[in-house]
Write a protein that binds this ligand. Structure first.
Ligand SMILES: [Zn+2]
Length: 98
C-alpha cells in the first residue's frame, strides 16, 4: 500500500518520548522520509517506530568500552617495553660469567 503525503503513520517522537501519530511530510521511494508528530508538531526523519538509544545509554556504553580498553593493554605494555632490551643484553654476559 503506497504512502501519500499527509498520511498518518505511527512513529517514535523524540520530544513526546513515545509512539505517536505522525503525518508524512516527505516521501522517498514511496516510503516516508520525514514525518511530523501530530502531538507536538515536531518534524523528524521517519524511524519506523525504532526507539533511538538515549544519551544516557550512549554514555554508559562509552564508559563500558573505555573500561574494557583500559583494563587490558596499557599495564602489560608498560611492563614489557622497558624490560625487553635488558633481557636481550644480559643473557650473553650471564652465560660468560658462568
Ligand atoms: Zn511529538
Amino acid at each position: 500500500m503506497p504512502y501519500r503525503l499527509g498520511d498518518d503513520v505511527d512513529d517514535y517522537c523524540i520530544k513526546c518520548k513515545r509512539i505517536t501519530n505522525h503525518a508524512i511530510v516527505s516521501l522517498m521511494a514511496e516510503d516516508p522520509a520525514k514525518v511530523r508528530c501530530r502531538t507536538c508538531y515536531n518534524d523528524h526523519d521517519f524511524r519506523r517506530c525504532e526507539i533511538p538509544p538515549s544519551k544516557k545509554d550512549l554514555k554508559k556504553m562509552q564508559l563500558f568500552n573505555e573500561v574494557l580498553a583500559g583494563s587490558g593493554a596499557p599495564p602489560a605494555a608498560e611492563d614489557a617495553a622497558p624490560a625487553e632490551p635488558d633481557d636481550a643484553a644480559k643473557p650473553a654476559k650471564k652465560s660468560k660469567k658462568k
